[in-house]
Design a protein. Structure first.
Ligand code: LHQ
Length: 258
């Protein structure tokens, strides 16, 4: 199994499983992960998806030892990495990339692709592509400039320097850093906190914000109004209001179902 799956308290964890290669991707493995993400978004018991790596690496990018493209490189990238990145971005559920160790090349851009990015204190990040005279793929030319601005993104791609978690936090490449010793437990607890939030509101927030990254203000405001109308109709909204007025903690229906 190239991708391990566990489901616990609403958290579906997908673990890249080639630890001896720092979870370097074969194309087969990218497809298996893309499929697991696509299926995860429609699994009723999964409210949050976590992508992480087995062993000391998160993902070292494309496996350079076995790599060969039989047909067109463009088509191969479209069918593999692009499918994966779109599955993360377009699916309804929040995706947390939990970067347990080195993230290099396409692995670094997978790390960036989550809705929330958490790193271990042992995580490292490098846009390794230029060292083998390639350009960032797996969405890096889109996500990196949005995360750090064009000029810093270009420098990171050009020099392929290895960044530590403190720098990752300062640059906005991740939201949180957890101690390496308890990383898996901390990630699970954090993901469960997200899972306990109102699911439909998070889905609509994801849609509005993902779209907002490429829309004009007028379009974004119009989309917000339309999706707010949907959120307004959800029983979670009424529960949130009641809980506030009754001075108690809100319990959202999907949380109760656990
Ligand atoms: C690896 C890899 C690896 C195979 C570590 N492959 N074995 C590319 C091509 C085509 C189309 C689509 O898109 C792409 C996208 C890309 O991702 S390009 C970028 C590919 N990745 C890289 O260039 C990173 C290469 N790896 C490294 O620079 C280092 O290994 C890093 C910085 C990741 C980790 O360094 P260390 O912590 O010093 O570990 P290590 O180098 O000793 O690696 C441990 C083992 O993992 C080692 O195997 P061995 O048998 O000697 O113990 C490495 O050969 C293997 N490994 N990355 N990408």
């Amino acid at each position: 199994m190239l991708i391990l799956q566990t489901l616990e308290n609403g958290v579906l964890t997908l673990t890249l499983n080639r630890p001896e290669k720092l979870n370097a991707f074969t194309f087969e493995m990218v497809l298996e992960l893309a499929q697991a993400v696509e299926e995860g978004h429609s699994k009723a018991q999964a409210r949050v998806l976590v992508i992480t790596g087995a062993g000391r690496g998160f993902c070292a990018g494309q496996d350079l030892s076995t790599f060969s493209v039989s047909g067109s490189v463009e088509e191969t990238v479209q069918k593999t990495y692009n499918r994966l990145i779109l599955a993360i971005a377009n699916g309804d559920k929040p995706v947390i990339t939990a970067v347990n160790g080195i993230a290099a090349g396409a692995g670094a851009n997978l790390a960036l692709a989550g809705d929330i990015r958490v790193w271990s204190s042992a995580a490292r990040f490098t846009e390794a592509f230029s060292s083998i005279a390639l350009i960032p793929d797996a969405g890096g030319t889109w996500s990196l400039p949005r995360a750090v601005g064009y000029h810093k993104a270009f420098e990171l791609a050009a020099l392929a320097e290895v960044l530590d978690p403190q720098t990752g936090l300062e640059l906005g490449l991740c939201e949180r850093v957890f101690a390496a010793e308890n990383f898996a437990l901390e990630v699970q607890a954090y993901a469960e906190k997200i899972a306990a939030r109102p699911a439909n509101a998070l889905t609509l927030t994801k849609r509005a914000m993902r779209a907002g990254m490429t829309l004009r203000l007028e379009e974004s405001l119009a989309l917000e109004a339309r999706l707010q109308a949907q959120a307004f109709e959800d029983p979670d909204h009424r529960e949130g209001i009641s809980a506030f007025l009754e001075k108690r903690v809100a319990v959202f229906p999907q949380t109760k179902a656990l």
